[in-house]
Design a protein around this ligand. Structure first.
Ligand code: GLN
Length: 574
């Protein structure tokens, strides 16, 4: 097993995750089987209980693990399926060590950060790196390990020390380190000092970079590269730059041009590894597809505008996978994507005069969009605005996609405005509504919030008589589909007959047929009114866009029929 560790200096949030996943992708194009581990040095056991406004989206895996959004990057770039174990947190490591201490595993010993915590970290990495992640079912060849935060933080100290020891445990020829740094441009001058200091800190902790990856708004000038090489004690070819590019999909190309794979090949002796020819062919094919995709991205001019009506819109990281799924679909439909970010509270009529400007602006964004998307969310703030947006989409025949909360919203809206059940609401949003259209799932814990939702991959069955469903056609006419979930509430089955009678059809249900998974209006009633209780965005891939998103984006671009008739392909000339 070869390990490529990616750490960060200077500041976090400059694209370490994208650089790590792009490196993994490049290794994959050479035929290697690549896995990934993300280390998050916080005390939470997982990201499930963290606010999306603080930490970004919570990503959900097949096994129901609620993890850091970087795991989503890895799954998308490497086309792999990861497990909750691939996200290591301080909380997980400590609780494991404490559990072992109580069992008496360390009997007689004083349990300490070094060696007990650091050993546990190393054991965890070695164990998880071996888990098969792709359809081959074989052990991976290379594992990318990304260390969250920046080196030098108090939080990450035990992990840095564990990695220092780890390079000797696995052997130096099996361990390479990429340190991601920032080169700010001040008054036109590219400043190398932060990078020098960051690398000095790293060396002081016993780790040496094999590649210094510099984020910069512009290309690095030759003297800048030479200076970094000299002060950081590396060869100039070990300094790569990731300057701002059109899209993150270009980053692998950028790294490839700078021969990052050659550096890693020499360093890790990758030439001596046995790679079977089918894997090499697959890798080459993947690379060609990737290059084609990024060039076609640069040649797209027709636009499609989607209004994203949510409550965390001030922090775009809260919707990473939703944005990605829209982008993947836009690439397939040859459309340039514009997202109108609409804070749903702004759509609500307020008595406060100063909010009126926001109100009109927000409605302008909704009304001028080609499609309206209401994503997942928790709590009542902004839900009346979402209900109003769903009403607009339904009445004006604008394509609508509701995800999780977005399905519950569409249900409440329909009950209120079509069935005239004016007191309709969700038990999550108000206390004892007159009509509880959305209710708490009986099997869910009311006292424990961590990891207790209905989570992970679960089947949805299309119902008899749903052959007309566009979503079903998008899924290739399947009888059932598997998608990832994350919710506590569900549509109240007692109202389903009434809702269906008036034209809102629950075409997909769970195993028992009691849990509503997909709602849809018939094609004669609406061009595309679809909502799902699951989160299809988590399984969307660059080259394999999520079907609900693809249908929604095509409908918003006015090419849904073409897409369905041509085996989900769209001609570029459209
Ligand atoms: N808050 C809703 C529920 O728990 C929706 C969850 C979501 O959108 N992820 O059911």
């Amino acid at each position: 097993m070869k390990y490529v560790v990616v750490s960060g200096g200077v500041i976090s949030g400059i694209g370490k995750g994208v650089i790590a996943s792009s490196t993994g992708l490049l290794l994959k194009t050479r035929g290697f089987k690549v896995s990934a581990i993300k280390i998050d040095p916080y005390m939470n056991i997982d990201a499930g209980t963290m606010s999306p406004l603080e930490h970004g989206e919570v990503f959900v895996l097949n096994d129901g693990g609620e993890v850091d959004l970087d795991l989503g990057n890895y799954e998308r770039y490497l086309n792999v399926t990861l497990t909750r174990e691939n996200n290591i947190t301080t909380g997980k490591i400590y609780s494991k060590v404490i559990e072992r201490e109580r069992k008496g595993d360390y009997l007689g010993k004083t349990v300490q950060v070094v060696p007990h915590i650091t050993d546990e970290i190393q054991n965890w990495i070695e164990r998880v790196a071996k888990i098969p992640v792709d359809e081959s079912g074989e052990e991976p060849d290379i594992c990318v390990v990304e260390l969250g935060g920046t080196v030098g933080d108090i939080e990450s100290a035990p992990f840095v020390e564990a990695l220092r020891q780890f390079q000797f445990r696995v052997g130096v020829e099996n361990f390479a380190l990429i340190h991601v740094s920032l080169v700010p441009v001040v008054n036109g001058e590219q400043k190398t000092k932060p990078t020098q200091v960051a690398v000095r800190d790293l060396r002081g902790l016993g780790l040496m970079p094999d590649i210094v990856a510099c984020r910069c708004t512009q290309r690095l000038e030759k003297p800048t590269v030479d200076k970094i090489a000299m002060f950081c004690h590396v060869q100039p070819e070990q300094v790569v730059v990731v300057h701002d590019v059109n899209s993150v999909y270009h980053v692998p190309l950028l790294l490839e041009q700078q021969r990052i794979i050659q550096v890693l090949t020499n360093r890790l002796k990758l030439d001596s590894m046995n790679v079977s020819s089918p894997f090499i062919a697959k890798g080459t094919n993947l690379w060609n597809q990737w290059k084609q995709l990024t060039t076609s991205h640069d040649r797209m001019f027709e636009t499609v505008t989607i209004a994203l009506v949510g409550k965390y819109t001030h922090f775009k990281d809260s919707y990473t996978s939703v944005i990605k799924a829209l982008e993947h679909s836009a690439l397939r439909c040859h459309r340039k994507l514009t997202i109108n970010w609409v804070e749903s509270t702004d759509l609500e009529i307020s008595s406060n005069d100063s909010n009126r400007v926001k109100f009109h602006k927000a409605w302008h964004e909704v009304c001028s969009a080609d499609g309206i998307l209401v994503p997942g969310g928790f709590g009542s703030r902004g839900t009346e605005g979402m209900i109003a947006a769903a009403k607009w989409a339904r009445e004006n025949k604008v394509p609508y996609l509701g995800i999780c909360l977005g399905l519950q919203i569409a249900t409440i809206e329909f009950a209120r405005n079509v069935l005239n059940l004016t007191g309709s609401n969700s038990d999550e949003l108000v206390d004892k509504p007159e009509h509880s259209l959305v209710v708490f799932m009986p099997e869910i814990s009311k006292t424990h919030l961590g990891g207790t939702m209905r989570l992970g991959l679960r089947p949805t069955h299309f119902q008899p008589g749903s052959e007309w469903s566009r979503l079903r056609k998008l899924y290739g006419g399947a009888d059932s589909v598997e998608e990832r979930h994350r919710h506590r509430y569900e549509v109240n089955p007692e109202y389903v007959a009434q809702l269906e009678g008036a034209g809102l059809h629950y075409v997909g249900k769970d195993d028992v047929g009691e849990r509503m998974e997909i709602l849809e209006m018939k094609p004669e009633d609406h061009p595309f009114y679809v909502a799902v209780q699951y989160h299809p965005e988590y399984l969307s891939r660059v080259l394999e866009p999520s079907k609900p998103f693809l249908g929604f984006l095509a409908a918003s671009s006015g090419i849904l029929d073409e897409l369905l008739e041509n085996n989900l392909q769209v001609k570029a000339s459209n």
